[in-house]
Design a protein around this ligand. Structure first.
Ligand code: SIN
Length: 520
């Protein structure tokens, strides 16, 4: 394969094109030239698939204080309260701004009032939604339109970031593989914003799109930035369980509108697990489902909407209705087989309230970042809000930092690559996903975590060198992230939020500490 290489410079780099990345890019474009780098097409991110909605204290029955309280309660004692306060206080203004940019949320009362739904662990109806169950897609559409209209923002699609360029402990750019052009490009900038999203693909069962391979976590770690709370992976209780069908998310808003969970014997079980029944926090519902699956020796439970009005269900959940119909399930007439799946990473690259990491020049926002607003368990629909609020804050802070820096330099840079058979890479990817699901999934133990760490260590050669290609660049990141999650989960000798160990079922001593990783 012939590879060409080159060096360019810009003012700011944003890696990732979901809600947080685009929102940061809009702020940065006021300060200079911005390059948004994304490894697939621009719309291919978790934002695009976010169904339920965006939580914001804007309804008549709601208050910022209630949103704060619910978020802290879901986070199970490990939230950064100051940052949660920023999230819920700045959220309403950021959402009004998004509406002024053209985002259309569902309305009621003849279009006069915004329509709010309820989701688990929310004490009020506070979830805005768009086109029923396509909220993320609508937000992405509005932000992309704004980005496309900004003369200062350029996009590199199908471009995979290999690593950050770091000089004297400072992020000064990114080394990027432009897949279609077969071109290696060193891109220098005044500051870099990492907004690469999540890592669900390292688990066999996930609601996340193919692109969610944990790239940003691994890139930041290799660069030397600190990562924190990596043991806290959220498992969504209900993803479609149909052999050979995609693991499609069945929004929590369905339970918010009255859907029930029943086991394969047809028994409703959630009231026996939690006073809030189907609307208990996500970690509780996921573990209850696993427990019912074990009890009934089944691979799934059912989500039942048959008692709800069929017309309402079709209108409220059009995307879910049509997707399930493709797999011959009419959700208005039949129960839907569901099982939990990896959904969201609460931990990530440590940041302050302005998206600043502990590495000068590097900012992070969205799922890849850990602002601490989710603690040990994220409150449903707080992630789009976090992307909007902290994406903007990271953009503003990175712009200010960049304006204080000299013009970026331009130096050629080399990249090491070797040959490895593609089949082997795909095999390791599949084995890793099964390992993480089985040993580092919803229910963990010291034994299973030790086994996972040893197994991943045995795949070191696949992490350390490989062909310059998307499969290798992804598996390299997935192995790094799998190892970090397993080590963090082993280090936390207790069960808190979404992290549950059979050998330490209580919180344990020192539970309020955060586990931080740094290379070396
Ligand atoms: C859902 O629609 O259930 C997902 C919402 C979220 O993860 O916040």
């Amino acid at each position: 394969m012939e590879i060409t290489s080159g060096t360019i410079s810009t003012d700011y780099i944003v890696i990732g094109s979901g809600v947080a990345g685009l929102r940061a890019a809009i702020e940065l474009s006021r300060a200079g030239k911005v390059l948004v780098i994304t490894k697939d097409r621009a719309t291919e991110s978790s934002t695009e698939y976010a169904q339920g909605g965006v939580a914001v204290a804007l309804s008549d029955e709601d208050e910022i204080g209630f949103h704060l309280k619910d978020t802290l309660a879901a986070g199970d004692g490990l939230c950064n309260e100051e940052n949660v306060r920023i999230l819920v206080t700045e959220g309403p203004e950021r959402i009004r701004e998004l509406i002024s940019w053209g985002a259309q949320f569902d309305r009621e009362g003849g279009g006069i009032k915004l329509a709010f739904t309820r989701e688990a662990a929310h004490s009020r109806r506070r979830i805005l939604h768009a086109n029923g169950d396509s909220t993320g897609r609508e937000i992405e559409r509005a932000l992309l339109a704004k980005v496309r209209a900004a003369a200062n923002i350029k996009k590199y699609d199908y471009s995979i970031t290999i690593d950050l360029i770091v000089n004297d402990g400072r992020a000064e750019g990114a080394l990027v593989w432009r897949e279609r052009e077969k071109k290696l490009t060193a891109i220098y900038a005044r500051a870099v914003v990492l907004a690469t999203g999540g890592l669900g693909q390292i688990f066999q069962r996930t609601t996340n799109p193919e692109v969610a391979t944990g790239d940003g976590f691994a890139i930041a770690y290799r660069a030397g930035a600190a990562l924190t709370d990596m043991e806290f992976v959220q498992f969504h209780p209900t993803s479609l369980y149909v052999p050979r069908a995609p693991q499609f998310l069945l929004s929590e808003a369905m339970r918010g509108e009255g859907a029930l969970l029943v086991n394969v014997r047809g028994e409703r079980f959630m009231p026996g697990y939690h006073p809030r029944a189907e609307l208990a926090p996500r970690d509780v519902v996921s573990r209850a489902i696993v427990s019912e699956m074990l009890k009934t020796r089944s691979e799934h439970v059912y989500l039942d909407l048959r008692h709800l009005d069929a017309g309402f269900v079709r209108n409220r959940f059009p995307r879910i209705y049509s997707t399930c119909l493709k797999f011959d399930i009419d959700i208005t007439e039949e129960m839907i087989p569901v099982s939990p799946a990896a959904h969201y990473m609460m931990g990530g690259v440590w940041t302050d309230r302005d998206g600043g990491t502990d590495m000068p020049g590097l900012y992070a926002a969205g799922e890849v970042a850990c602002t601490g607003v989710h603690g040990a368990n994220r409150l449903a629909s707080n992630s789009l809000l976090e992307g909007i609020v902290f994406g903007a804050r990271a953009g503003i802070a990175a712009a200010a930092y960049g304006l204080r820096r000299p013009a970026p330099r331009k130096e050629a840079i080399a990249c090491k690559a070797a040959d490895a058979p593609k089949d082997d890479l795909l095999k390791v990817r599949s084995q890793l996903r099964r390992l993480m699901w089985g040993d580092v999934g919803i229910i963990r133990s010291g034994e299973s975590l030790g086994r996972a760490i040893d197994t991943i260590d045995g795949w070191r050669e696949f992490r350390d060198s490989g062909p310059l290609s998307r499969p290798w660049l992804e598996i390299r990141n997935m192995l790094t992230v799998g190892e970090l999650i397993s080590k963090a989960a082993l280090a936390r000798k207790g069960s808190v939020g979404a992290h549950y160990r059979t050998d330490y079922k209580t919180r344990g001593r020192g539970w309020e500490r955060h586990i931080r990783f740094k290379r070396d």
